[in-house]
Design a protein around this ligand. Structure first.
Ligand code: HEM
Length: 401
């Protein structure tokens, strides 16, 4: 049983770790699809049209103006790494490498990924503490499998693999707004070690990625950072997907018969990433509302997913009742990156220019990790008897007790 009360979350940031935030999200998406939260001092996009519109809007950027790196990480190896990640950049710092990553990730044979994760699973230990085992595998196995794929670790080198997984987790934790001084210090140390970590073998996949990136004009430092970035991006979100899938299996043991379908269902109905943020680079209309440069927008992916409303086909950014000749940046259609489809899409992977390129990889790694845990005798029903969610403002990651 969870340790939480079941009253609705007090605000959208608390929703990610609430036991059942989905009725709250649905109501928010219905009644307040785009609104200002005075307490949080953020605009909040909750409706599917509004979420898509914000994530497609050219003035809505991934970092606040003039702040490429969170202040606690600035002037440190963690700040250097952070600033090079495509996830944290827009425009020329983002587009060329994104195209290469998408193309390369699409070439992965998911059966190979499954096999790699299963091979690593045979190396990882199962202790008598099944909760601790599930926590460790959820965080480490996807990262280790990607490290092997990239060439950072050899499949027999458990020590390097385990160390890298811990360093990646430390760096990822330091990026959280909830990180305290100790976590920030650990993240900075981890980032320094990670950036000094040589590839043990340049795998054909990584070689092809490097070559394409170089041809696209991406510099070597950015390529190296974003190889690490693939592990960083996968770390917490994939752990959440694994944990939420285990909780689903606790309620429905038969769902283990088709893990692929179960993981796909969890991605839509109990997703690991609940929100992301955007910041206004200039004054512009967003969802019909005039926003100011520097304004922050909380984009509730999980509310869009929970909402049953069908997205409209018209621009959600056009000013309400405004003529078509409204400011140029205000009239970008939500369909710039393709219309969001209703019901079937996994909003947890985002939308628009920064949409996650690792969706298929993540689902496969989660499926393989859950299968391996089940094969090693981990019982979801026993895990679900005692868990809480890791403290987070945007991710839903069970921590089994
Ligand atoms: C269940 C697991 C995952 C979830 C829910 C997830 C979710 C997301 C979301 C929501 C974004 C966009 C954030 C934004 O627009 O603000 C994103 C970006 C990204 N993800 Fe994932 N992700 C997952 C796993 C992975 C994996 C395994 C990889 C490794 C290949 C990966 C690589 C990336 C990268 C490189 C970006 C940056 C894309 C860009 O900025 O253009 N993700 N992810």
């Amino acid at each position: 049983m969870t340790l939480y009360p079941t009253k609705p979350p007090p605000d959208p940031l608390a929703a990610a770790t609430h036991p059942d935030p989905y009725p709250y999200y649905r109501e928010l998406a219905r009644a307040q699809p785009f609104h200002r939260d005075a307490m949080l001092m953020l605009w909040v996009a909750a409706g599917p049209d509004e979420v898509a519109a914000v994530l497609s809007h050219p003035a809505c950027r991934v970092r606040p103006p003039g702040q490429p790196v969170p202040p606690p990480l600035a002037q440190s190896p963690a700040g250097t790494l952070f600033a090079r990640l495509i996830r944290m950049n827009d425009g020329p710092g983002h587009a060329p490498l994104k195209v290469v990553l998408q193309r390369q990730l699409a070439t992965l044979d998911l059966n190979d990924v499954r096999a790699a994760a299963s091979a690593w699973a045979r190396v990882l230990a199962v202790t008598h503490d099944h909760g601790a085992t599930a926590n460790r595998w959820s965080s480490a196995l996807p990262v280790i499998a990607i490290a092997g794929l990239l060439g950072f670790t050899a499949t027999d080198d458990e020590a390097t693999a385990g160390r890298m997984a811990t360093q990646i987790a430390s760096f990822a934790a330091a990026m959280s707004p909830l990180a305290g001084p100790a976590e920030i210090a650990a993240g900075i140390e981890a980032a320094a070690a990670l950036q000094a970590q040589p590839l043990r073998a340049d795998t054909p996949w990584t070689q092809a990625l490097r070559e394409q990136a170089r041809t696209a004009g991406v510099d070597a430092a950015a390529i190296a950072a974003n190889l690490l970035g693939l592990m960083v991006q996968s770390c917490e979100a994939t752990a959440g997907l694994i944990g939420n899938t285990l909780l689903r299996l606790a309620r429905d043991a038969a769902a283990a018969d088709d893990l692929q379908a179960t993981v796909a269902g969890v991605l839509r109905t109990d997703p690991p990433i609940h929100n992301t943020r955007r910041f206004m680079a200039e004054d512009a209309y967003v969802c019909g509302v005039p926003l100011r440069r520097g304004d922050g927008i909380l984009v509730l992916l999980a509310a869009a997913a929970a909402s049953e409303g069908r997205p409209a086909s018209v621009s959600a950014n056009a000013p309400v009742n405004a003529p078509v000749s409204a400011p140029v940046s205000a009239s970008v259609s939500a369909s710039v990156y393709g219309p969001p489809n209703s019901g079937e899409r996994a909003w947890t992977f985002g939308h628009g220019a920064h949409r996650c390129p690792g969706d298929a990889l993540a689902a496969t790694l989660a499926e393989a990790t859950v299968a391996a845990l089940l094969a090693r005798g981990i019982e979801p029903a026993a895990l679900a008897k005692a868990y809480r969610y890791r403290p987070s403002l945007n991710a839903r990651i069970p921590h089994f007790l």
